[in-house]
Design a protein around this ligand. Structure first.
Ligand code: MN
Length: 204
């Protein structure tokens, strides 16, 4: 496993294949308050690339080209947050997307534990540390522990997607999951436009 940290953008010429695992780290969990600090990527081969944002410009043409490439599936855990952050700070609307949390909720109906740590333990048998989850992602120098934590959030998403797809197919819920993934950019646009807490499908 190799973790590579890049400042401001990905280098030229990196190829992630037809699907890339993506996660973001921010200064907090508020879409209106907290800036995007770090974007993590993996091709599912055990290696991770971390891109530390230049928060004065968010100028990162290579990263934007990858995330905006319609030929590349972007895999997330809780895509709703990352897709909205990337929409807001990088101006890129990411499609197509896959969300392991939505897939889990649609198929692991025997539990209410849909966190990445729970999923990874059950479906892959690996234990993830969440120790650095609430650390300072705005720091100029990210510690080794922060980098390892940030990388671990993207390393297993391909494997999780494949396991969840088998379960979705088994239960006949693949089409429902796909429709949810297709709707995600709209759900994120609603979050950013002020309907984050409102279920516009609800009667009241
Ligand atoms: Mn993360």
């Amino acid at each position: 496993m190799t973790i590579t940290l890049h400042k401001n953008d990905l280098p030229d010429g990196l190829d992630f294949g037809d699907s890339v695992a993506v996660d973001t780290e921010t200064l907090g969990l508020s879409l209106t308050r907290d800036p995007l600090c770090l974007v993590q990527l993996s091709a599912g081969d055990g290696d991770a690339y971390l891109v530390q944002m230049d928060r004065s410009s968010y100028d990162c043409p290579n990263l934007k080209a990858l995330l905006g490439n319609p030929e590349v599936q972007k895999i997330f855990h809780f895509a709703r947050f990352d897709v909205a952050m990337v929409q807001k700070y990088l101006g890129v609307s990411m499609t197509p997307v896959y969300c392991t949390k939505i897939a889990s909720k649609l198929v692991r109906t025997y539990t209410d534990r849909h966190g990445l740590k729970d999923l990874t333990r059950e479906l892959i048998g690996k234990d993830m540390s969440k120790q650095q989850q609430s650390s300072d992602w705005g720091a100029d120098q990210l510690s080794q522990a922060q980098q390892a934590y940030a990388a671990s959030d993207v390393l297993y998403l391909h494997q999780l997607r494949d396991k969840l797809n088998m379960m979705l197919a088994r239960e006949g819920r693949m089409a429902l999951a796909q429709a949810c993934f297709d709707f995600l950019p709209t759900r994120c646009a609603l979050d950013l436009a002020g309907w984050a807490e409102t279920d516009i499908f609800a009667h009241a």
